[in-house]
Design a binder for this molecule. Structure first.
Ligand code: ADP
Length: 481
């Protein structure tokens, strides 16, 4: 829950930050644009007025009006509401301007212009005849004034025509814009952040719900699944992946449970027999030495069986844990197989089963000799165990194409068809053999044999099994020699 909350906070913070940046850039841009366009518009207006004044003066001059009169006329004619017209005669440096020196209404552009007169004079006098139209901003107590100075030659006189306009209105507009942005941006930011946070919470809600469901599933309720809201979106996929994981966990827990149950069952039988035999031997006084020997022989047989099961279990557990059990060396596969046959000869003789080896005794191979021997012995042991007296068991080793094939064939009763798919499972024994516990493996032999083949890059398969016998084939990679 805390993780979801912190993601939400971070998301909201990022969102608010990005939005604030965007808004600021936008506001600054909009403000600069507004400032620029209003100033450009004022400049244009002032330049037009100065031009018009020049035109009017020229007209009067041509019609023969005296210079001073021209100035008076023009100033009177351009008595504009928002612009003050100023004329500077260069020769005398005299400035003419309407209402100059009077105190008209405070809002009059002329009042502004008059107050900035020293500034204005400087701008006008410093404008040379060769200059283009000059634009400048004069500043004073009554606020800034925008001025255009147009150098002009009226007949024989050099004059500068000026037009000035208070920037007060523009300043006001810009001030208002600043206020609007100053209040509007934080407000928008606030609303956007609240909205963003709400959105983040809404979109993270299913994640929290998923986490809660997953947290409720424990080792004893692994069969439960989380709800997949919409299998096509990201969360749906996450839920599906979680369910897959649960499925695998459930299966492996189940396997583990079954393995433990099977293992303890297999161990319990010999332990019960051993304990029973000892109990029986001790229960009555005066047992003959022969009877005691028999009891001990049975105890030893069961102990051997127990030892074998424990060893097998240990090997399988290590194999499963990925322990490096295999110590590969250069071996001759045929020789290992022939040795295994020799090791089981006496067992076969006791059961009156003919045991034979055919094929080659070399077949060089990189493998773990002890494990390979275990593989062949397990196959041979089964074959001898399940083949009735008078039968044949044959092991053949050969190279065929890129593979070594070791085949163990017997003339036993075959493996029941319904048992065949399971014989490589751990602890599997067919019902027939379960009932006849005398044959007595724990059902681990083929599981181990198959693992050994696989861990050497090969495979073990039941090639054929019917009433005339069974044949297992071990296939191992022969390399490129
Ligand atoms: P076990 O230790 O009980 O022999 P295995 O894993 O070696 O266990 O074999 C599993 C089962 O496969 C045996 O219980 C038996 O039913 C069957 N099986 C294996 N090999 C043969 C064979 N050569 N002939 C008949 N049945 C066999």
């Amino acid at each position: 829950m805390r993780a979801a909350a912190s993601i939400r906070t971070r998301l909201s913070a990022w969102y608010a930050g990005a939005f604030a940046l965007l808004l600021s850039v936008f506001a600054l841009g909009a403000y600069a644009f507004l400032e620029h366009t209003t100033e450009a518009r004022i400049d244009e207006y002032l330049a037009e007025t100065a031009g018009a004044v020049a035109g009017a003066m020229e007209y009067e001059r041509v019609s023969g009006t005296a210079f001073d009169q021209i100035i008076d006329d023009v100033l009177e004619e351009f008595r504009l509401r928002d612009i003050a017209v100023i004329v500077l005669e260069r020769e005398t440096n005299r400035i003419s301007m309407l209402d100059l020196g009077t105190r008209p209404r405070a809002t009059s552009p002329r009042t502004h212009a008059a107050q900035q007169l020293p500034d204005l004079r400087t701008i006008m006098t410093s404008t040379r005849a060769s200059d283009p139209t000059i634009f400048a901003t004069a500043s004073g107590e009554a606020g800034p004034v925008r001025v255009v100075a147009l150098p002009y030659r009226l007949g024989t006189r050099d004059i500068v025509i000026g037009a000035a306009r208070s920037l007060e209105a523009q300043e006001r507009t810009l001030r208002e814009a600043r206020y609007a942005l100053g209040i509007g941006i934080p407000l928008m930011l606030l609303v956007a952040t609240a909205g963003g946070s709400l959105l983040a919470r809404k979109s993270l809600e299913p994640v929290s719900a998923l986490a809660e469901q997953a947290a409720r599933i424990g080792a004893t309720s692994l069969h439960e699944r989380v709800v997949v809201p919409n299998p096509r979106d990201e969360l749906g996929r996450l839920a599906a992946v979680l369910n897959d994981l649960l499925e695998r966990l459930d299966r492996s827990f189940e396997e583990q449970r079954r393995f433990t149950a099977d293992a303890s069952h297999e161990l319990r039988t010999p332990v019960a027999i051993i304990s029973g035999e000892a109990e029986l031997a001790l229960s009555r006084e005066g047992r003959s030495p022969a009877e005691l020997r028999d009891a001990l022989a049975r105890v030893r047989a069961e102990s051997d069986r127990l030892k074998q099961i424990v060893e097998d279990l240990f090997l399988l557990a290590r194999a499963e844990a990925g322990d490096p059990i295999v110590v590969p060396r250069e071996v001759y596969l045929g020789e290992v197989a022939a040795d295994s046959v020799r090791a089981l000869r006496s067992l076969a003789e006791r059961k009156d089963v003919t045991l034979a080896f055919t094929g080659s005794e070399d077949l060089p191979f990189q493998g773990d000799e002890a494990l390979l021997r275990r593989l062949f012995v397990n196959l041979l042991d089964n074959a001898i165990k399940y083949t009735p007296a008078g039968g044949d068991v044959t092991l053949s080793a050969e190279r065929r194409n890129g593979d070594y094939l070791v085949t163990v064939a017997d003339t036993g009763p075959g493996i029941p068809a319904d048992a065949q798919p399971h014989i490589f499972d751990r602890f599997y024994r067919s019902d027939r053999d379960r009932r006849a516990s005398a044959t007595g493996g724990a059902g681990l032999g083929l599981a181990i044999a198959s693992w050994v083949a696989q861990t050497h890059g090969g495979s073990l398969a039941l090639d054929r099994s019917d009433a005339s016998g069974s044949r297992f084939i071990v296939r191992l990679p022969a390399g490129t020699e």
